[in-house]
Ligand binder design. Sequence first.
Ligand code: MF3
Ligand code: CO
Length: 261
Amino acid sequence: MIYLKSEEEIELLRISNQLVAKTLAELAKHVAPGISTLELDRIANEFIRDHGAEPSFLGYNGYPNSICTSVNEQIVHGIPSDKVFLKEGDIISIDCGAYINGFHGDSAYTFCVGEVDPQIVTLLRTTKESLYKGIEQAREGHRIGDIGYAVQSYCEDRGYSVVREMIGHGLGREMHEAPEVPNYGRKGNGVMLKSGMVICIEPMINMGTRHIVFERDGWTTRTLDRKPAAHFEHAIAIRQGEADILSSFEYIEQVLGDKAI
Ligand code: MF3
Ligand code: CO
């Protein structure tokens, strides 16, 4: 069942997603060689609570932390650890959720740690661009498959592969609502998009094979060939027929300055 949101509910979702955006920007200040992923988790947890919200991920299906930190060949759902320290040349997807006023925010960004191989930077840039290609298709009268087709064709045309096992989703009072939002698909297929729908689009794009491995910790996913993967996520509402991005990368990119990808 797809819950259509009122204008008021969309404004509450904007508050939740803007808090996630600011949390990711706070983390952007700390992403550097030497920091542990658990320290990033602690910073996020504190920032979210200081703003009167709760971390959406903590306790979700037993998830142990407030953010997901997925380094290099890890795709999504990496668990923060006091044994994982970032090093020069790494990339890290940080996925974050915050719950306030009865609604969830959910957004993710892949950061560079210091200087990163230009080929990997291109993977990140292409993945982020593909997210905006998907968002362009998210308008009344289009279908879910139009979003997936836009993301998939943009990435595959550039030699990358699209993860199938994890997908985007509806967002609202629950972190995962209908409809499912795959990053692959056919034009004109799937659920028709309508004003009031709020969805997360989150391409997970691999440098090498699309195939993945589920690690034995029960959460972390990584590429089968251990080549790098990138992940960016925005929450969007369809309002007055068009996509309205509720999350934001602007705060992050202000922090990153001329180092933004
Ligand atoms: N933010 C993820 C998503 O986009 C969900 C994280 S799973 C959790 O679907 F268990 F860590 F919360
Ligand atoms: Co999500």
